[in-house]
Design a protein around this ligand. Structure first.
Ligand SMILES: Nc1ncnc2c1ncn2[C@@H]1O[C@H](COP(=O)(O)OP(=O)(O)OP(=O)(O)O)[C@@H](O)[C@H]1O
Ligand SMILES: [Mg+2]
Length: 286
């Protein structure tokens, strides 16, 4: 088990030193009309990161916020499918116009660049960097309260590009109980920390199964280690989402933005609180 890197002593937990703050330093793109940029990442693939990104975005939208989703998973884009969006993007002179769902969620993804949905995306490294930069700075996002970024999994150069180019206000990690014992999630958390991206917390996806008849729930993977991991890294545990067939079914049909659940509401509430607290700590340091 690798231990978290030591933090500078003058910096509160989950925060980064002044001058190194995501969104601050030279080299990262200006935020424009986007107020909060939140990256959603994971260690392993397939833990439900894209689904959680879409569900959190939809929950924020239901609360009345202007919300966009930047699909930074360039080689495995899935956000348009989960939102039921397709076709191509156009530029009407103010930058690329995002695709928009009936709920008003805006989205940009490499999926819209493909001639056919099933075409594999083979991007060389420099192109990926340019594409991600374009998706942030070359898109007419308009005024957004939140831009959520569906990160590619792991610690490769694509997440590195996102961290280095985009002014991220905070990062949420999605994990599953099976993933928690492994080292991969630790590597991903350490990478974000070393790049001075404020860590907003952990979301434990597929935490439990709820019985549709008796309202009890059980954990198919045994006791959860998510809280212990969050404590170990001194980051908030934002809550758990159940294994719910409605998530996979509505996702497959392109209607995931309609998924509602009290556990999702709680996760988003905790995430917004964590973001506020992280920003208040930065102001205090100022
Ligand atoms: N809480 C859940 N309950 C039931 N099914 C889920 C849940 N979360 C995700 N899934 C399903 O698990 C599969 C993987 O989810 P998703 O594509 O969101 O993961 P991902 O981490 O983004 O994967 P990738 O690394 O390939 O991008 C999908 O079929 C999705 O519908
Ligand atoms: Mg995904």
């Amino acid at each position: 088990m690798s231990s978290p890197p030591a933090r500078p002593t003058s910096t509160p937990p989950g925060q980064v030193p002044l001058g190194q703050r995501a969104g601050g330093p030279l080299g990262r793109l200006p935020k424009g009309e986007v107020r909060q940029v939140i990256a959603v990442g994971s260690g392993k693939g397939g833990v439900g990161k894209s689904s959680v990104t879409v569900m959190m975005a939809a929950e924020l939208r239901r609360q009345g916020h202007e919300v966009g989703i930047l699909d930074a998973d360039v080689t495995g884009p899935s956000v348009p499918h989960l939102l039921g969006l397709g076709g191509h993007l156009v530029d009407r002179g103010q930058g690329i116009e995002p695709a928009v769902t009936p709920q008003g969620l805006r989205n940009v993804s490499s999926q819209y660049l493909l001639e056919e949905g099933s075409t594999p995306v083979i991007w060389r490294g420099p192109l990926v960097t340019r594409l991600i930069t374009q998706f942030f700075a070359g898109v007419h996002w308009g005024a957004l309260d939140y831009l959520l970024i569906d990160m590619p999994p792991g610690t490769s150069d694509v997440p590195l590009t996102v961290f280095q180019a985009i002014p991220i206000d905070g990062m949420v990690f999605v994990t599953t109980p099976q993933e928690l014992a492994g080292l991969i999630v630790r590597k991903a958390i350490n990478m974000a920390r070393e790049l001075h991206v404020p860590l907003l917390g952990l979301v434990e996806n597929m935490k439990e199964v709820r019985c549709p008849h008796c309202r009890t729930s059980f954990s198919p993977y045994g006791e959860s280690h998510a809280r212990a991991l969050a404590e170990e890294y001194d980051i908030p545990y934002l809550g758990g989402l159940p294994i719910d067939p409605r998530i996979s079914e509505t996702g497959d049909r392109g209607g995931l933005a309609n998924y509602e659940d009290p556990a999702l509401t709680e996760v988003v509430r905790a995430m917004v609180l964590s973001l506020r607290e992280a920003q208040a700590r930065t102001l205090n340091v100022l």
